[in-house]
Design a protein around this ligand. Structure first.
Ligand SMILES: [Zn+2]
Length: 542
């Protein structure tokens, strides 16, 4: 049977089903879903997009990888060809997101005793970052100043004030890393340690070691940190060029450097630790020397992007409102030669939304506008959607009437599967729906009725409860829209043995089911976009 014949049968079947089920169920009339629109959602197109997105040649779609950027380009090009306009700044299809982190440039950071009188030390004396001193705070500092030893450095006015008789303004403070037990329960942040020193005007703070052993610091090399994306945060657009960190650093020093400094006030480390560990009072004193401390911080950035496109609605008024269709196109990181293609997660949802977007721009124009957002950075913490909702919403969030989000909608449990990890996968005729009743009972009813009339899938609400231990309501991009009060539906076919593994590949995709779920999303979106009145939010109260 050729493709044309197949479509005729399909169209007949859909029309038949639509009219019959309406009569039987006695449902209220919702906007009629174009039959040719449903028929235009084909396995062939879904497979075309998914084959590209989940291809090993792409090398995976990890958020900051080349594959991520190439996938974004593919999506943008397709949407442009479909007749969409770019939804980002200046009509671009890319909402650029910059991540940044500050790191210490260890080679150019130094501590020098520049002047003074220290027995047995020729000046200037250089000390090395990572060996003699260390800080985890990546701020830029360049200061030359005398050093003041403040003992415990407690500032508890009326009780114990180690700063009462000594001026540390514009000086470098040398402070013990401990505080006596007698006050430890009563001091707050800002009343001891580095914070108290900075509060008294110190330029920098050196922290003495805890005991007679050298502190160990993890290798402070930039390269060690670069791959740790947990250290990176999203920059706000206007902050992209800003010099970052104004945090005040706490600089830990080695036993050897401590010995050198304490010797300048005739205190041996032995005596110092004896006092320190028995909570006896120290004597504050200015050291007869000056230190030049230079910390150089480097701002490292990484870039990624959401793909954002708009198909304008036909109604002059309602086109100001948006039906938001979303999926995340990023995936987790490939490991060495092992490529993580993420066919189900979430090339399946991405291909579905792209195909649905195509259909929306091919026939009757819906009343409300269609907003397509392909999110990036989902796997590393729902970053793309959070950027859209919290940092740079490209349309007013109040104008978004619904978010239909597809994440992992391509798999079915096969009867043969023995893996216990596949037990929660839906069967061929089922899909999990999450969140449909959280904001709008009208949306839930519309979704149910649409499925009954058109797609006849078994809608499974196992994961719908927010308190379900799997917490799926919180685990994909729809959540960021939901918490802003936007009605959402999250479509999902279930976790499986290949989840977040290199075995999540295209040959395991159930394209027949993916087609049916895509039609359900399309039909639901079509109806919401053509309602006379926008969906009523009657449930959400957070
Ligand atoms: Zn996912």
């Amino acid at each position: 049977m050729g493709l044309f014949a197949l479509q005729v049968v399909l169209v007949f079947f859909l029309v038949f089903q639509l009219s019959v089920s309406n009569i039987i169920a006695g449902n209220r009339a919702l906007p009629t879903v174009p039959v040719n629109g449903l028929a235009a959602i084909t396995q062939r197109e879904l497979k075309m997009h998914l084959s590209f997105l989940a291809s090993p040649e792409l090398g995976g779609r990890y958020t900051f990888s080349d594959g991520d950027h190439i996938a974004a380009r593919y999506l943008a090009s397709q949407l442009e060809a479909f007749g969409y306009r770019g939804g980002a700044t200046n009509g671009s299809f890319f909402q650029n997101i910059e991540f940044f982190a500050n790191f210490i440039d260890t080679k150019n950071s130094q501590l020098k005793i520049t002047s003074g009188n220290v027995k047995g030390l020729s000046l200037p004396a250089n000390f090395i970052f990572g060996k003699d001193f260390f800080t985890a705070t990546a701020s830029s500092v360049d200061v030359e100043a005398p050093v003041v030893f403040v003992g415990y450095g407690i500032s508890l006015p009326g009780e114990q004030d180690d700063y009462a008789k000594i001026n540390v303004q514009d000086k470098i403070v040398l402070v013990s890393s401990t505080i006596p037990k007698s006050v430890s329960r009563r001091v707050n942040y800002g009343q001891y340690g580095a914070s108290a020193a900075y509060a008294h005007g110190a330029k920098a703070v050196l922290i003495l070691p805890e005991g007679q052993i050298n502190p160990t610091w993890s290798k402070p090399h930039l390269d060690n940190y670069l791959d740790n994306d947990g250290l990176f945060q999203m920059a706000k657009p206007q902050e992209n060029k800003a010099q970052a960190n104004n945090e005040k650093p706490e600089i830990e020093i080695s036993l050897a450097l401590a010995e050198t400094l304490l010797k300048a006030i005739n205190l041996s480390t032995e005596d110092f630790f004896n006092l320190d560990q028995t909570n006896k009072p120290h004597t504050q004193a200015e050291l007869p020397l000056s230190i030049n401390l230079k910390l150089v911080s480097e701002r490292v950035t990484k870039k990624t992007q959401n793909v954002v496109a708009i198909y304008d609605g036909s109604d002059p008024k309602l086109k100001q409102e948006y039906v938001l269709l979303s999926a995340h196109y990023d995936h987790i990181k490939s490991e060495g030669k092992e490529i993580f293609c993420g066919a189900d997660d979430d090339a399946s949802g991405t291909s579905a939304i792209l195909t649905i977007a195509h259909v929306f721009s091919s026939g009757t124009v819906p009343k409300r506008s269609i907003l397509v957002v392909f999110h990036t950075g989902e796997e590393i913490g729902l970053y793309g959607s959070r950027y859209f909702t919290d940092i740079e919403p490209l349309v007013a969030l109040e104008s978004v009437v619904v978010n239909l989000n597809a994440d992992m909608i391509g798999r079915s449990r096969s009867d043969k599967s023995s893996s216990p990890l596949n037990q929660e996968l839906t069967d061929k005729g089922s899909v999990y729906l999450i969140g449909s009743d959280k904001h709008s009972s009208e949306l839930h009813k519309l979704s149910e009725q649409t499925n009954r009339e058109i797609t006849d899938l078994r809608l499974n609400y196992t994961y719908n409860a927010e308190e379900h231990p799997s917490r799926l309501f919180y685990r994909s991009d729809h959540y960021n829209y939901a918490r802003h009060g936007i009605p959402i539906i999250f479509y999902f076919t279930g976790l499986h043995a290949d989840y977040h593994r290199s075995t999540d590949t295209i040959e395991k995709i159930d394209f027949d089911k993916l087609t049916r779920i895509s039609r359900l999303i399309y039909a639901t979106a079509w109806r919401v976009s053509n309602l006379e009145k926008r969906l009523v939010v009657d449930r959400w109260k957070k």
